[in-house]
Design a protein around this ligand. Structure first.
Ligand code: ASP
Length: 381
C-alpha cells in the first residue's frame, strides 16, 4: 500500500511537471529547446528553414508562415505535407495515392518533435487521408509510438478523423490497368473486339483519355513517391514528418521506411533531422535517417551525411550499377543551424527529369538539384 502511495505521488508529481514543461514546449517555440540551443549550438546564423522532397515545393510558404508567426516546427512541417495528402493529383501521398495490389490505399506516416524528443507513427492505415496528423495524435495522446492497420484506422476515427474513400477515379483506373498488365485474366477475352486494349476501354471519356500517358508510366514503373518535410526555427528547434501511400501495387500490409523512426525520418533536437523518399526497403536496411543524424553529430554537413548514407545503400549492392539503376532513393537533412542538403542515388528520374528537392530559407521557396551519387537515370525497375 505504501509502495502504491509513493508510486502514485511520483506519478502525480511527474504529471505536474510534464504539464508545466509541455506549456513551454507548445507555446510557440520551445523554451527548453531554446536554452539548450544556446548551449549546444556551435555556429551562429540559425534561421527559419524548411526543406522537403520536391512535391512539397508549392506549399513551403504555408509552413514558413507557421514559423514566422512563432509556431511550432512540427506544425510547420505538417502545414506543408497535409496539403499534399489532401491533393488528389499527387498519387504518392494521402488521398489519390496509388493503392496496393488489392486496390486498397494503405498509408504510412511518422512525425518527430525535436523540442520534446517525442515521435509517433502509423502504418498501413486505410480510409484516413491525413496519416501525418494521426501520427501526431499517436505521439500526443498515447503512450505508444506506432499503431498499424485496423487499429490505426480505429484509433483515428476515435480521435475524430473522418473516414473516406481514398481511391480517386484516376488511381482506380491505373490499378485496373496494372492488374491487366499482370494477368490475361484481367484483360478482355480473345473473343472480344477490345482484346488487348483494356486501357482504351477504361479511358472512355476525353477527360480520362488525358490520363493515358500517366497511367502507362505508373503501370510500367510502379515506384511512387512520398513527402518528407523538415522544419528548423530561428532558435534551432527541429521537427519533421514523412508521409506516403508507399510503393504502388505493394502486397497488402507492406510497410516501407516512411513510418519507421530512424529510417524514413529521424530527428534529434540537439543535432538536426533527416528523412527519405524512394525505395523504402533500401533505406530500412541502412537505418538511413539515423545514419545521417549520427554523421551530423560527428560533424558532417547535412549533404555529406546524406552522401555517407547513400554510399551505404550502394555498398549493399557492391555499387553494381545494373542493380542500383533499378531503384531510386533520396535523402534530405537539416541541422539545427539551418544548413541543409539533399542527395539522390541517381541524377535523373526515369522520365529524364533531374531529381530535385525544395527549400524555403525564409525569403522564398526554391527547387534545387540534389547532389547525386550516380550520373544518369535510375528507377528502371
Ligand atoms: N519511401 C516510400 C516507401 O518505401 C516510397 C517512395 O518514396 O517512393 O514506402
Amino acid at each position: 500500500m505504501e509502495k502504491w502511495t509513493r508510486r502514485k505521488f511520483f506519478l502525480s508529481t511527474l504529471a505536474g511537471s510534464v504539464v508545466a514543461s509541455s506549456r513551454g514546449l507548445f507555446a510557440g517555440t520551445s523554451k527548453a529547446g531554446s536554452t539548450e540551443a544556446a548551449a549546444i549550438q556551435t555556429k551562429s546564423g540559425a534561421r527559419p528553414l524548411i526543406i522537403s522532397s520536391a512535391n512539397g515545393y508549392a506549399h513551403l510558404d504555408d509552413g514558413m508562415n507557421v514559423l514566422k508567426n512563432g509556431g511550432d516546427t512540427l506544425d510547420a512541417a505538417l502545414a506543408v505535407v497535409t496539403k499534399v495528402e489532401d491533393d488528389p493529383n499527387d498519387d504518392s501521398v494521402g488521398y489519390g495515392g496509388l493503392p496496393n495490389e488489392d486496390g486498397v490505399v494503405e498509408l504510412d506516416a511518422s512525425v518527430m518533435h525535436g523540442p520534446s524528443r517525442r515521435c509517433g507513427a502509423v502504418a498501413s492505415i486505410t480510409k484516413i487521408k491525413n496519416p501525418s496528423l494521426v501520427a501526431k495524435a499517436v505521439m500526443e495522446k498515447t503512450n505508444h509510438v506506432m499503431i498499424v492497420g485496423e487499429g490505426a484506422r480505429k484509433f483515428a476515427e476515435d480521435e475524430g478523423f473522418t473516414p473516406m474513400n481514398l481511391l480517386t477515379e484516376r488511381s482506380r483506373i491505373a490499378w485496373l490497368a496494372w492488374k491487366a498488365s499482370t494477368s490475361p485474366n484481367w484483360r478482355p477475352g480473345i473473343d472480344s473486339p477490345e482484346w488487348k486494349e483494356k486501357l482504351a476501354m477504361l479511358l472512355d471519356t476525353p477527360e480520362k483519355q488525358a490520363w493515358r500517358e500517366h497511367i502507362e508510366q505508373v503501370v510500367k514503373y510502379p515506384i511512387t513517391g512520398t513527402i518528407n518535410c523538415l522544419a528548423v526555427s530561428a532558435n534551432g528547434d527541429v521537427s519533421g514528418t514523412t508521409t506516403t501511400s508507399g510503393l504502388s501495387w505493394k502486397i497488402a500490409g507492406r510497410v516501407g521506411d516512411s513510418p519507421i523512426i530512424g529510417a524514413g525520418l529521424c530527428v534529434d533536437g540537439e543535432i538536426g533531422g533527416a528523412g527519405s523518399t524512394g525505395r523504402g526497403e533500401e533505406n530500412i536496411k541502412i537505418s538511413g535517417g539515423h545514419t545521417i543524424v549520427e554523421a551530423m553529430r560527428r560533424g558532417a554537413s547535412p549533404s555529406d551525411a546524406c552522401m555517407e548514407a547513400m554510399k551505404r545503400v550502394a555498398r549493399n549492392y557492391k555499387a553494381f550499377p545494373d542493380r542500383l539503376k533499378l531503384f531510386h532513393i533520396q535523402f534530405y537533412a537539416v541541422n539545427r543551424n539551418g544548413e541543409y542538403g539533399g542527395v539522390s542515388l541517381w541524377e535523373k528520374h526515369i522520365d529524364g527529369r533531374p531529381v530535385q528537392y525544395a527549400v524555403h530559407d525564409g525569403t522564398q521557396a526554391r527547387l534545387l538539384p540534389t547532389t547525386y551519387l550516380n550520373a544518369g537515370i535510375g528507377g528502371d525497375y
